[in-house]
Design a protein around this ligand. Structure first.
Ligand code: KIV
Ligand code: ZN
Length: 435
């Protein structure tokens, strides 16, 4: 939940208020264990995948794409362990990916026997380049591939539903953002004709920005066009799946939500093919910053990063929004001074977080204030005074701050590195007590 109301927005003339923020959390689906995993030099083993699965559940994900069970024994046995060891909470749905091929669909269905609720996610690629170079197929032939796969899945559903498994179906026209929207609509409607979704039993239509090829507003326009023009929209959950090739995966997802989508697929910290998938942490924390409850819990960010780095072998860059190690660190003196004033003036009963230079209260994600302010040669008197006071209770009067600030800065400058509060205390001691 959020502690604060919306960050006070700058009101722009001629702009409608709702387009300035996202009012409601989307349905989130983590694809860490599939899209994230397939992009690792060394894919996770079953025990690493189990650790990651438990951590995703703890964060509050209710939909988790757990793999591609027809692709390997590891993937298949991961599903079986999740199901047989009853590790999937009742309110969590596992999702599996499959291509529109009979042998793969058969194996996928087998991997799901006994699960409480599942999403079967079928995809085939639809862009002109994929049609021409990869498949050498016409539009009609590509539609036939999708329809045939949809039928093969439909024919096998009873094997799951008869033993009580609730199944939701998902279709992705892969490379959607590079596909003619009219064709994406046509092929999606062909799949809908087979699966017959209803408002009570919706299917998921996932519209991937498989490779970012356009500006984020263009992707949002494509989403809006589909939402407006597709038949039977009320029987669909429209899902976004962005990657980050142009560095705008977050922007594309946020604009896609404003354009009418209901659901978001992505990964922790943006792991995924090439430049990665959408970083769900970023979008969720952007909602949080604006006072919208993201319905995901990142209050132990350090623990999550530790799990992520241990299981994937990847690292979170120090300046990564919200999660990076340096996000709540101020090096510049004027920033330190403003933060100090903001924190001193902040009162716990306030509902709007407005401390300068800190987008959110670092405590909300389990970070500490003492990590916030460091002193190096760029720091001013404010940072020096803050460290002496917060770490040692030495409260410098204003005149002394003005005098000692430059003295400390000169020493720090000559050292050419950052200094700790203890070192500052020593300098202070030498200057005023021992002299
Ligand atoms: O990026 C993509 O298009 C995918 C699909 C399989 C959904 O990962
Ligand atoms: Zn993807």
């Amino acid at each position: 939940a959020t502690k604060y109301q919306r960050f006070d927005p700058v009101k722009l003339p001629n702009r409608r208020w709702p387009s300035q923020t996202i009012e409601k959390a989307p349905i989130w689906c983590s694809v860490d264990l599939r899209d994230g995993n397939q992009a690792l030099a060394v894919p996770m083993n079953v025990s690493q995948k189990l650790d990651m699965f438990d951590a995703l559940v703890k964060c509050g994900f209710k939909e988790i794409e757990v793999g591609f069970p027809s692709a390997s024994n590891t993937e298949f046995s991961f599903n079986r362990r999740l199901i047989e060891e009853k590790r999937i909470p009742d309110d969590v749905t596992i999702q599996v990916l499959v291509q529109a091929r009979e042998d793969l669909i058969e194996k996928t269905v087998q991997s799901l026997i006994g699960a409480k609720q599942v999403v079967i996610h079928m995809y085939n690629s639809t862009s002109p380049a994929q049609r021409k170079y990869v498949f050498g197929k016409s539009k009609e032939e590509i539609i036939a591939v999708a329809k045939n796969g949809a039928k093969l899945i439909k024919d096998r559903l009873h094997r799951l539903t008869e033993s009580g498994t609730k199944v939701t179906l998902q279709y992705s026209p892969e490379s959607f953002s590079a596909t003619e929207v009219e064709f994406a609509k046509e092929i999606s409607e062909a799949v809908m004709e087979v699966w017959q979704p209803t408002p009570e039993n919706k299917m998921i239509l996932n519209l991937p920005d498989t490779v970012e090829v356009c500006m984020p507003n263009v992707y949002a326009d494509q989403i809006e066009w589909i939402c407006t023009n597709i038949k039977n929209r009320e029987s669909l959950i429209i899902s976004l799946h962005t990657h980050n090739d142009r560095g705008t995966g977050t922007a594309a997802t946020e604009l896609g939500l404003l354009a009418g989508a209901d659901r978001v697929e992505g990964t922790l910290f943006g792991n995924g093919e090439r430049t990665g998938n959408l970083d769900i942490v970023q979008v969720a924390m952007n909602l949080y910053m604006h006072g919208t409850d993201p319905k995901l819990d990142f209050s132990n960010m350090n623990g999550l990063i530790e799990m992520y780095e241990r299981t994937t072998g990847m690292t979170v860059p120090p300046r990564h929004p919200y999660s990076g190690e340096l996000v709540f660190t101020a090096f510049s003196g004027s920033h330190q001074d403003a933060i100090k004033k903001g924190l001193n003036g902040y009162d716990d009963h306030k509902t709007i977080w407005d401390v300068p230079y800190l987008t959110i209260d670092p405590h909300d994600i389990g970070r500490e204030y003492h990590e916030v302010i460091r002193v190096n040669s760029q720091s001013g008197k404010g940072g020096v005074a803050y460290l002496l006071e917060s770490e040692f209770g030495i409260e410098l009067p204003k005149d002394m701050q003005r005098e000692f600030g430059p003295i400390a800065n000169d020493i720090v400058d000559s050292l050419g590195r950052e200094v700790s509060g203890a070192e500052l205390k020593q300098m202070f001691w030498k200057e005023y007590i021992e002299r």
